[in-house]
Design a protein around this ligand. Structure first.
Ligand SMILES: Nc1ncnc2c1ncn2[C@@H]1O[C@H](COP(=O)(O)OP(=O)(O)OP(=O)(O)O)[C@@H](O)[C@H]1O
Ligand SMILES: [Mg+2]
Length: 217
C-alpha cells in the first residue's frame, strides 16, 4: 500500500480539529486530492450511526464495555470502507483519533484495562497501525478550559466527565508515547496554535522525507 497513514491524538480541547484543518489545507496546496481527512469513529454511514449512539446525551446508562465494543466496531468499518481503500490509492490520510484513543479513554479513563482494550482493538484493526501518530499534549485543565470558553454549546456526553477522568486519559497517552516513541510523536499543544501547526508540519516532514523530495505533480 503506497499511502501514508497519520493519526492525530490528544485529550479533548488539545486542538486536534483546529490543527488538522490547517495541516490539511497546507498539504492539499502541495499534494492536491492525495490528501484525505477522516475521523474516528465516523467517516462512513455505518460508523456515523454508531457514533450517534455513542455521543447521544440520553445514553447515560451505557455500559463501559458496550462503549468500547462500539468504538472498536466503528473503527473496523472505518478501516474497511475508508482507510484501506485510501492507502491503496496512495492517499495521505489524516485521521482524527484512532486506536490510541480507545486505550486512553476506555482502557484507562473508564478503567476497563488498557490491555483488554488493546486486545479487542487488535481484532478490529487486524494489525493496521498508523505510520505516524501526532499526540497533542496538553494539561487537562487547559484543554477543558478551551472547550468551555470556545464551544460551551457543543459539549457532548464524554466532555462532561470529571477532571480526574481527563487526567487519567492524559497519563495513559503519555505512557503510550513513551512505549512507542518511534510511532507516536509528542507535540506541546499548549503553545499558540500557529506554533503547534509548525511543529506538526515539521514532524510530518521529518517522518516522510520521500514525500517532500518527490518533484512530480
Ligand atoms: N493552540 C491553541 N491555543 C489556543 N486555543 C486553541 C488552540 N488550539 C485550539 N484552540 C481552541 O480550543 C478549542 C478546542 O480546539 P479543538 O476543537 O481543535 O480541539 P480538539 O482536540 O479537536 O477537541 P475534541 O477532542 O473535543 O474534538 C477550540 O475552540 C480552538 O479554537
Ligand atoms: Mg475535535
Amino acid at each position: 500500500m503506497d499511502g501514508k497513514f497519520i493519526s492525530f491524538e490528544g485529550p479533548d480541547g488539545a486542538g486536534k480539529t483546529s490543527v488538522m484543518r490547517q495541516v490539511q489545507a497546507d498539504l492539499t496546496a502541495q499534494f492536491g486530492d492525495r490528501v484525505m481527512y477522516t475521523r474516528e469513529p465516523g467517516g462512513n454511514h455505518i460508523a456515523e450511526e454508531i457514533r450517534q449512539v455513542l455521543f447521544d446525551g440520553q445514553n447515560t446508562d451505557m455500559d463501559g464495555r458496550t462503549e468500547a465494543l462500539l468504538f472498536a466496531a466503528a473503527r473496523r468499518q472505518h478501516i474497511v470502507s475508508e482507510i484501506v481503500p485510501g492507502l491503496q490509492a496512495g492517499k495521505i490520510i489524516l485521521c482524527d483519533r484512532y486506536v490510541d484513543s480507545s486505550i486512553a479513554y476506555q482502557g484507562a479513563g473508564r478503567q476497563l484495562g488498557e490491555e483488554a482494550i488493546w486486545q479487542i482493538n487488535q481484532f478490529a484493526i487486524d494489525g493496521l497501525l498508523p505510520q505516524l501518530t501526532i499526540y497533542l499534549d496538553i494539561e487537562s485543565e487547559l484543554g477543558l478550559n478551551r472547550i468551555a470558553a470556545h464551544r460551551a454549546n457543543q459539549v457532548n456526553r464524554l466532555d462532561k466527565e470529571k477532571l480526574t477522568f481527563h487526567q487519567t486519559v492524559r497519563k495513559s497517552y503519555l505512557r503510550l508515547q513513551r512505549e512507542h516513541p518511534e510511532r507516536i510523536k509528542l507535540i506541546d499543544a499548549s503553545q499558540p496554535l500557529s506554533d503547534v501547526i509548525n511543529d506538526v508540519e515539521s514532524t510530518i516532514h521529518d517522518r516522510f522525507p520521500e514525500l517532500f523530495n518527490e518533484k512530480s505533480d
